[in-house]
Design a protein around this ligand. Sequence first.
Ligand SMILES: C[S@@+](CC[C@H](N)C(=O)[O-])C[C@H]1O[C@@H](n2cnc3c(N)ncnc32)[C@H](O)[C@@H]1O
Length: 411
Amino acid sequence: MRVYRVNDDWLSRLDGDVRNDTINMLRGLGLDRLQKYPPPKIGGLPFGNETRILGRYLKGRSSQLDPSALSRFYRSFASDDDKLKYRAFRQSDRLTREEWAAIIGAENIDKWVENKLLRAMPEGLFVCGFSIAVLDGLLFMVDPFNDHGGPHHETIMLDEEYGEKDVGGDIQPFHHAYMGQDSLQMIEIMERNELPKGGRYLDCGPGAGGLLLYFSRNFDEAIGIDINERAAKLAEINAELNGLTNVKTHVDDAINLNGRYGKFDLISWNLPFLYLPDEWEDNAIDAFGGDMGIGLCMRFIDTVPELLTETGTTCIAAMSPCMKTGENVLEERLKAKLPKLKLDCTLRIAQVSFAHTRDIWHFHQKAGIRKFEAVYLYMTHGMGKIRRIEPTAARKAVDVLREKMYQRKFA
Ligand SMILES: C[S@@+](CC[C@H](N)C(=O)[O-])C[C@H]1O[C@@H](n2cnc3c(N)ncnc32)[C@H](O)[C@@H]1O
């Protein structure tokens, strides 16, 4: 089990004056300018979603979660001030005292160190305890990203020698508060649809608050429910950072809401959807999808009818296992379930997906899984109708190539 020392957590310090001062400081730094710079592509295949990223760059929109082979090239156009801020808040670089002074003021450095917002490193350098992501002008504090190929930055997680036996008092199970490329992709895909506006919005598992804050701007009231206490707190802080007063978060199990929070016009969940070995369950609550990666998804769907207003819509991100036999497991299970729940469902297939590590790739192969389909499920009250929207022909052609490349890489 991953553990951390609560008192060393930058997030545990963000209350009262420290919270207000930090929020005011971050609001004044002009960090929204960083949003158009994509991180580098360091895992998987050498190129990322380059046309999408170029399109966003030209419009000044956010690509901060979308890795690009041309990351350095894009960043070469940033001002010196923005380059320094990118290194400080997005790349988790170790900076000198002078460099930090230029960003937050010399008088604040020791305060930030005391409050774990900065960590003192060897050779007089300092590294930020958190990262900043910017989406559509919204600022998000998040646990440090580790996507620039540097040393491991999950700074508050303790070494492996600590474990379950040490849990108690200041040492607690650690779950990071998440935001990633899949968060950005889900926002983009949801936006393509006509979504309800006004009324009440529920985002399950908000993590750092990506979807919750983004779509909260269309609603009178927005609620985030996360089982991870750190995530619920961070999403609330991020709502405050962006002046969104209609957002509330709660620590709760989204599978068992039993009407406690009422009904909603829009519900979203970028679900934990990976098919991982059982021993990962406790450590990867933001990723572990249960049975075939869709166990949690199927259990949540059971609760949708009682959460949804009469005209409401639910959007769920899932990963559907496609077996070597040709069976599409998620679709087969939905066919059996939806008529009983009186829900209609549109499945929008985004692309195929594969494990990013050899071990997990073989774990999937052993289970008879050929590939996964990244899919978005839109559900409304209905009679159990299912409609499938295929990806474009170009996307399908790229996916055939990707399947071959992953096979060559891992088989
Ligand atoms: C893939 S992350 C998505 C985070 C965020 N929505 C985003 O897209 O950036 C899944 C989230 O679901 C949360 N989660 C997992 N199981 C949950 C449960 N039973 N109830 C509520 N939240 C849960 C995790 O803590 C995590 O924050």
